[in-house]
Design a protein around this ligand. Structure first.
Ligand code: SIN
Length: 475
């Protein structure tokens, strides 16, 4: 094995004729892994269902202790997990380290929440009767996870599922299965029963989707990915009325008013727009900047963008990495070109971007108008389109004029306006004077075509539990 980080991959995960995993920074093959066909996926689901009964019968403390041991192992092997992630996704090493910490935090959080899955005693409506509710695991769950956060998007589904007493089978993204498989290995070392939690790369993604949506033993599916695929899953899962959590696409507005702290807004913009080379569902997708601070904001943002160092994630651990594929780099380049043809212009970019590999330079684009594709499509790349506005009502109208509703950001010193935007923005999450909103303690999720269901926080556990109401009469 070429890289020491690969020691977290057990020999049975590898297959010379299997799926080739490559580093998007240079196209180099990292390793080849085993995939599962339809019949094997069915067997994995059935074994997961058989395993959940013993797990669900354990006390909450026993489940909590196993999750805690998994969290400890993730911390112990954090550097190797981060290295695997950088090799498979191109993500700069510092960001990969950050994701391992973020991902592990969900396991820690849900190891604690496992012990707080309280039911209720409801004041009765009739003497001689009593009402209680039980919270019970939904059953066997399936998850389909994306390549942009190959580890944290698994832990924030598997953590609550296992805490609740469910089993869970994960199909990781085919581009980034390595950190996911390493995570499975650590879970099993920590004492999670083998069949209860499986990471199963599929020979064909559609086959995994099909098995998850149609196998009667799968009672819940959690998906993070595009709105287009989310709609297909929703339609297919309707046949058996499965529970769903869908975390889909976004088109986050990042609104800056004349009274905002501009340095703070630039800081937030850098974190929100250029984290993971812009490949984040909650990334600021369009900057709405009030006329009075437009030029100052653009000038300061340009200075920061020009200072970004772009390169492969190991040699530039704190810089900006490549996009996930050459195809994505040209898709983003086409969006920029099209905007330029319609009148936008590049105000700033970074020097010395590698010519080989799936790189796209970070770009600040001014003169953007709402009719341009770049203003309403999810860019998923390091481009900051800037739209000017004059009045507050105009900013609110542009921000809400989208079928998406995941995250939104607003920068203003006016307390009353902060409230107007927290209440008026049609989004599942709003950052006020802050560009980084993701944490295991808060409910992450969208509205409208960005999906439904919440991940993280105490709400994240409820997604994997059914409420059963029991009435006791004759008392
Ligand atoms: C995502 O892009 O889907 C998740 C981002 C996050 O958790 O911050």
């Amino acid at each position: 094995m070429a890289d020491p980080a690969l020691h977290l991959l057990r020999p049975e995960y590898l297959d010379q004729g299997g799926l080739k995993v490559t580093n998007p920074a240079d196209g180099r093959e990292v390793t080849t892994i085993r995939r599962y066909n339809r019949a094997e996926l069915v067997e994995i689901v059935e074994r997961a269902d058989a395993a959940r009964h013993e797990w669900g019968a354990r006390t909450a403390k026993e489940r909590s202790d196993v999750l805690r041991a998994w969290y400890d192992l993730m911390c112990e092997h954090a550097e190797a997990l981060a290295m695997l992630m950088t090799l498979e996704s191109g993500k700069p090493l510092d960001e990969a380290r950050g994701e391992v910490k973020y991902g592990a935090a969900f396991i820690e959080w849900f190891s604690e929440e496992a012990r707080r899955a309280y039911g209720e005693v409801i004041p009765t409506h009739a003497s001689g009767k009593r009402i209680i509710t039980l919270r019970q695991p939904v059953g066997t769950c399936a998850a389909i996870t994306p390549w942009n956060f190959p580890l944290a998007m698994i832990t924030r589904k598997a953590g609550p599922a296992l805490a609740a007493g469910c089993s869970i089978v994960v199909k990781p993204a085919e581009l980034t299965p390595l950190s996911a498989l390493a995570l499975e290995n650590l879970a099993h070392q920590a004492g999670v029963p083998h069949d209860l939690f499986r990471v199963a790369p599929a020979v064909r993604s559609s086959e995994a989707g099909d098995v998850f949506c149609t196998h009667p033993l799968v009672r819940k599916i959690s998906f993070t990915g595009s709105t287009q695929v989310g709609k297909l899953i929703m339609a297919q899962a309707a046949g058996q009325v499965k529970r769903l959590s869908l975390e889909l696409g976004g088109n986050a507005p990042f609104i800056i008013f004349d009274d905002a702290d501009i340095d703070r807004a630039v800081e937030g913009a850098m974190a929100s727009r250029f984290r993971n080379a812009g490949q984040t569902c909650v990334c600021a997708n369009r900057f709405l900047v009030q006329t009075g601070v437009h030029d100052a904001f653009v000038e300061r943002l340009n200075a920061r963008v020009e200072a970004l160092r772009v390169g492969d994630g190991i040699n530039h651990p704190s810089g900006m990495g490549p996009l996930i594929s050459d195809k994505d780099a040209s898709r983003v380049a086409d969006l920029v070109k099209q905007a330029e043809i319609q009148g936008a212009s590049k105000a700033g970019t970074a020097p010395d971007v590698p010519e080989q590999g799936a790189f796209h330079p970070p770009v600040v684009l001014t003169g953007v108008t709402t009719d341009m594709a770049i203003a309403h499509e999810e860019i998923f790349g390091p481009v900051a389109p800037v739209i000017r506005f004059t009045h507050e009502s105009e900013a609110m109208q542009i921000a809400n004029d989208t079928p998406f509703g995941l995250a939104a950001y607003v920068y203003t010193a006016d307390f009353a306006r902060q409230w107007r935007f927290m209440e008026g923005l049609e989004y599942g999450m709003v950052g006020v004077n802050d560009g980084l909103i993701s944490t295991e303690v808060a409910p992450f999720g969208g509205v409208k075509e960005s999906g439904f269901g919440r991940e993280g926080s105490s709400h994240g556990l409820s997604e994997y539990m059914n409420i059963k109401y029991c009435l006791i009469g004759g008392l």
